[in-house]
Design a binder for this molecule. Structure first.
Ligand code: PMP
Ligand code: GLN
Length: 381
């Protein structure tokens, strides 16, 4: 048979590759972003209860159970001053990945342009390309990774179907500031360009930074999909549950795809999450929890030969190893696993043309013992 790949340039994700190597070489795994501790046992008790409720192990409604949609819209409207309606503006999804894929597939057609800021999380571009769209890449430069809004202005045209933003940002740990969102709003005024705002780390933000959701900006909100993940917020990345919000007209198109893609997602987990979400301190205290982890980790490696500025959000810390070796980051990351038993993610894989800035990403969503063992290796480099 003559098979022609629709994604000829796509291989296995760096997360799978690095976690696999970490496992094979018994390395400490600070590569793929997931916690190495258990979720709250209260959440697990709620899950057990909901799995035993009569009728709740069957299909959920297409958009998700109403009580959860209502809780989430109230949460967003309270935190960001938006006006999302649970009947029409939200869908519970199989993680943020499915939400992102569905939003892109519902709107991007052949030859549509989609602006993507690099380094970028890896699931955006393949989805665009599958639907014949063209990713228009804008590289943010290390170490500050600031968006050049003049370049954005130059690249926005009638062909620009969508702009994808991500704050707090994976893999750089940077956050967009209010003036960034204001700039984006100004540039898009009068256009038909949509925004896809990936905000999975909304509750992991440090120091004096405030999360700038597009939901806070009326003129952006009207044209935006926003994606979220329970995996990140409640230490349950393996559950693959998240949600997407957008104004009614956008969400209607999203659900046309969603209903044939998955129809609905895990029913009992939605019940448990709705009960759990009633205590807002559980997510409002998350930044503090991760800021302590970040500070603990950075204090342990402060005398190492790595250079870094503290992450502003997410549970990732990028570090420069330029004082140690001139090796390419992908080669160095693999050597660190094999020879030093420490796994990280080389950031070049997320850059335009795989630009190598000698930066590795460490995930600090780990128990203190794990961070201490990793720091011992880092300090020996
Ligand atoms: N966006 C970003 C920026 C991420 O880091 C991730 C991975 N956690 C996702 C989306 C996907 O989230 P999920 O695991 O809920 O699919
Ligand atoms: N979001 C996780 C990370 O950035 C990885 C998720 C995945 O493996 N696809 O590490």
């Amino acid at each position: 048979m003559n098979l022609t790949s629709k994604l000829p340039n796509v291989g296995t994700t760096i997360f799978t590759e690095m976690s696999h190597l970490a496992h094979k070489h018994r390395a400490i795994n600070l590569s793929q972003g997931f916690p190495d501790y258990m979720p709250d046992s209260n959440l697990l008790d709620l899950v057990e209860k909901s799995f035993r409720k009569a009728g709740k192990n069957q299909y959920a409604p297409l958009a998700g159970i109403f009580s959860l949609r209502e809780t989430l819209c109230n949460k967003l409207n309270h935190l960001y001053g938006s006006n999302y309606h649970p009947e029409t503006d939200i869908t519970i999804t199989a993680g943020a990945t499915q939400a992102i894929f569905t939003a892109i597939s519902a709107f991007v057609r052949k030859d549509d342009e989609v602006i993507v800021f690099k380094p970028a999380y890896d699931c955006y571009e393949p989805a665009i390309e599958l639907y014949g769209g063209k990713p228009v890449l804008i590289q943010m430069q290390a170490p500050d990774y600031i968006i050049d809004w003049e370049e954005v202005q130059r690249k926005v045209s009638k062909k620009t179907k969508m702009i994808i933003i991500n704050t707090p940002h994976n893999p750089t740990g940077k956050v967009l500031k209010k003036q960034d969102l204001v700039k984006l709003q100004e540039i898009l005024e009068g256009t038909d360009t949509l925004v896809l705002s990936d905000e999975v780390y909304e509750h992991i933000i440090f120091d004096d930074n405030k999360h700038q959701s597009v939901a806070k900006f009326k003129d952006l909100w009207e044209r935006s999909f926003i994606t979220y993940s329970f995996g990140k917020t409640f230490h349950v990345t393996g559950w693959k549950l998240g949600y997407c919000v957008a104004p009614k007209a956008l969400m209607k198109e999203f659900q046309k795809v969603h209903q044939y893609n998955v129809f609905c997602v895990n029913h009992p987990l939605q019940i448990a999450l709705n009960d759990y979400l009633q205590k807002e301190e559980l997510y409002l205290e998350l930044s503090q929890f991760y800021q302590e982890k970040r500070d603990y980790f950075l204090d342990l490696i402060k005398d190492s030969r790595l250079e870094f500025a503290p992450s502003e959000g997410t549970y990732f810390q990028p570090v420069s190893y330029k004082n140690i070796t001139t090796e390419k980051d992908t080669a160095y990351a693999i050597r660190l696993i094999k020879e030093k038993k420490l796994a990280s993610i080389p950031v070049s894989v997320f850059n335009k043309n795989k630009q190598d800035d000698k930066i590795l990403r460490f995930c600090f969503a780990k128990r203190n013992e794990t961070l201490e063992a990793a720091a011992e290796i880092i300090n020996s480099l």
